[in-house]
Design a protein around this ligand. Structure first.
Ligand SMILES: *Cc1c(COP(=O)(O)O)cnc(C)c1O
Length: 238
């Protein structure tokens, strides 16, 4: 508990310093606490520190915690992992946000499966901002068409773009600047897409670079909760 409270203070300080260094942001980005690989109790502790937005990557793990924590009725759950089409119904029923939509078929399923009594599902399109063939995410050149198509679906609110850039890039700010520019281009061609107000970018290691380039939501796991269970650490990249 102490750890999480201390870590939370440190992250809020890093965010405040970075916002001062950014010419692009007037207000602080929202902190999304990435709780994959962490027990329900850690989420409860973070909740008592004031956090309300939590991100999970794996559906089964998330559903167990959502059940454990259903007494905390004002938590907003964000799905940030790859979305398989056979999982869309449970995602549409249990989450407020999905950050990782990268094809129309997934958005269509989420749209048709979103229960009518819930508010519209907030969606970000995950963009493969490094143009790497091995990565998930829509390619930048295809993002505009996908945004237009997704924005027309009922029960969905298109909120913006998300990216997980290669951590070994030479200039850590460049992919974040590219995502910001892409969002601006899409919005200037399509003034009707005014609901796109979100740049979901920046993790523990690169939140400063993302904020300087205009992140409106940073997704922080390790630096808030500490190390995850081994099975939830990303595979080492060669
Ligand atoms: C795990 C994860 C994070 C958090 O990563 P940390 O480096 O632990 O802060 C953020 N975004 C996504 C999509 C993730 O999968």
């Amino acid at each position: 508990m102490h750890n999480i409270a201390d870590n939370y203070d440190k992250i809020m300080h890093r965010i405040a310093v970075s916002v001062k260094g950014s010419k692009l942001l007037a207000s602080k980005p929202q902190l999304l606490a990435v709780s994959k690989g962490q027990p329900s109790q850690a989420i409860r502790d973070a909740y008592h520190c004031g956090l309300r937005e939590f991100g999970e990557n794996y559906l089964q793990e998330a559903l167990t915690k959502i059940e454990d924590l259903k007494d905390l009725t004002d938590i907003h759950w964000h799905f940030i992992g790859p979305v398989q089409s056979n999982k869309t119904r449970l995602i549409a029923e249990n989450f407020c946000w999905v950050h990782s939509v990268d094809r129309l078929k997934i958005a269509e399923r989420l749209s048709s499966q979103r229960p009518g009594h819930l508010p519209d599902l907030n969606i970000c399109l995950q963009v493969n901002i490094d143009n790497e063939t091995s990565k998930s995410g829509v390619l930048p050149c295809a993002a505009e068409a996908l945004a237009v198509a997704v924005s027309q679906l009922p029960r969905i609110k298109l909120r913006g773009l998300m990216a997980i850039p290669n951590p070994n890039g030479e200039n850590p700010g460049a992919p974040f600047a590219a995502l910001r520019t892409l969002l601006q281009e899409i919005k200037s061609c399509h003034p009707d897409l005014s609901s796109m107000d979100t740049l979901s970018m920046g993790m523990s290691a690169d939140l400063e670079a993302a904020i300087v380039e205009g992140a409106t939501m940073v997704r922080i796991g390790t630096d808030l909760f500490g190390q995850r269970k081994a099975s939830h650490r990303p595979a080492a990249k060669g």
